[in-house]
Design a protein around this ligand. Structure first.
Ligand code: UD1
Ligand code: UDP
Length: 372
């Protein structure tokens, strides 16, 4: 009998990191009947990824609401997934990472009796307020999951400390690197119209790429980040700061208010994944609070300043390609300027390495599921 697999995700980063798994399961139709369910916790930003990877979900809950809150979103996901789980009756449900979709889908799947497989398991800060609510989303999912696909040895060790049975943990690398390695050549060979326009706009300027969206930075944190970017732009008029602005209204408002009129800051809509990885590659330095961007940048040899106080991804910090600067205005400005001016330090941070994977994570995940 074929095993029934349901892959559930809802936001942009989950979609990028689940896409290689969705595609690989399609090569095993003798063993598995696999289906995709999107909660659409994100809408436009999810659809951009589905289009690039040519994924057509079997179920689409279409849940996103403008300025949604965590309580309603959590409840809606659990309630709406119930009937999908009853119709399809999966043996295994795959969830990814630490979003509200991840946590709520794990709960709904547990209630339905399906086995829960957690991709990108075991990352921890042990601080329930940072990242909020992702740290607790990931811990709850870890308690529920039957199988844990940890990207690194450090994440496996976190799970062992929580008395998770070792035989249920597999170190796979992060599927974000599978997606990156599968996509980056395509992007170089066949650049999109957006890349051509951006390329002309950027000309030969040094580019500082910025992304940001974390809930714990909403409010004062974002005010400080934007003020730091404005100061940086004024102190370094020859650089271009390019910022694809996340669609969350709590991000859009301060970013547009503080940065719209600054001449060497380019604010753009969230970029399609293929355009964003082109832009990462074109950039000199990346300032971000994103989890996925922290993982991708070392594979592209780009230094990253992380605008957070903690990270559940310590591997690149230990290797020296990522520095934590928090949302401290002075530190963001001084560390960026130092990297722009101090060539020796910059080169030391540019080393190419892949602490988060070798591009074969999905292969390892499927090989493990075949043994069950
Ligand atoms: C969510 C995840 C976060 C993840 C991030 C990736 C939770 C609690 N948060 O944060 O872990 O790192 O996604 O980007 O799970 N919006 C749109 N269109 C979109 C996407 C968002 O308009 O395609 C707007 C909507 O107004 C929406 C709001 O952004 O209500 C917030 O979206 P939500 O998914 O709740 O939070 P994020 O900040 O995106
Ligand atoms: N990304 C993208 N377009 C953008 C910004 C980011 O496709 O304009 C990609 C990026 O390559 C990475 C992922 O989105 O794979 C990170 O998503 P995000 O920062 O929203 O979430 P996080 O990783 O922090 O959960």
């Amino acid at each position: 009998m074929k095993k029934k697999i349901l892959i559930i995700f809802g936001t942009r980063p989950e979609a990028i990191k689940m896409a290689p798994l969705v595609k690989d399961f399609q090569h095993y139709t003798d063993h598995f009947e696999s289906k995709v369910c999107v909660t659409a916790q994100h809408r436009e930003m999810l659809d951009q990824v589905l289009e690039f990877f040519n994924i057509k979900p079997d179920f689409d809950l279409d849940l996103m609401k403008p300025n949604q809150n965590l309580s309603n979103l959590t409840a809606d996901i659990i309630i709406q997934l119930k009937s999908i789980l009853e119709i399809f009756e999966p043996d295994y449900v795959f969830v990814h990472g630490d979003t509200t979709t991840t946590m709520a889908a794990s709960i709904a799947s547990y209630y339905s009796g399906a086995k829960v497989c957690h991709i990108e398991a075991g990352l921890r800060t042990q601080n329930k307020w940072s990242p909020f609510p992702e740290e607790i989303n990931r811990q709850v999912t870890g308690r529920i999951a039957d199988y844990h696909f940890a990207p690194t040895k450090a994440s496996k060790n976190n799970l062992l400390k929580e008395n998770i049975e070792e035989s249920t943990i597999v170190v796979t690398g992060n599927t974000v690197i599978d997606a990156l390695l599968q996509s980056i050549e395509k992007v170089k060979v066949n650049p999109s119209p957006t890349v051509k326009i951006l390329s002309e706009k950027l000309n030969d300027k040094e580019v500082v790429l910025v992304t940001g969206h974390r809930r714990e930075n909403h409010g004062e944190g974002f005010e400080r980040i934007c003020k730091a970017l404005k100061d940086l732009a004024l102190l370094k008029p020859n650089i271009l700061i390019v910022y694809p602005v996340h669609l969350n209204p709590k991000v859009q408002e301060p970013v547009n208010r503080i940065l719209q009129e600054v001449p060497n800051v380019i604010l753009v809509e969230p970029l399609a994944y293929q355009d964003f990885i082109w832009l990462m590659n074109r950039s000199k330095i990346i300032l971000t609070d994103s989890g996925g961007v922290q993982e991708e940048a070392p594979s592209l040899g780009k230094p990253v300043l992380v605008m957070r106080d903690t990270t559940e991804r310590p591997e690149a910090v230990e290797a020296g390609t990522v520095i934590l600067v928090g949302t401290n205005e002075n530190l963001i400005v001084s560390e960026t300027i130092d990297l722009l001016e101090n060539e020796q330090r910059y080169n030391a941070m540019c080393m190419l390495h892949n602490p988060y994977g070798d591009g074969k994570a999905t292969k390892r995940i499927i090989e493990y599921i075949l043994t069950l």
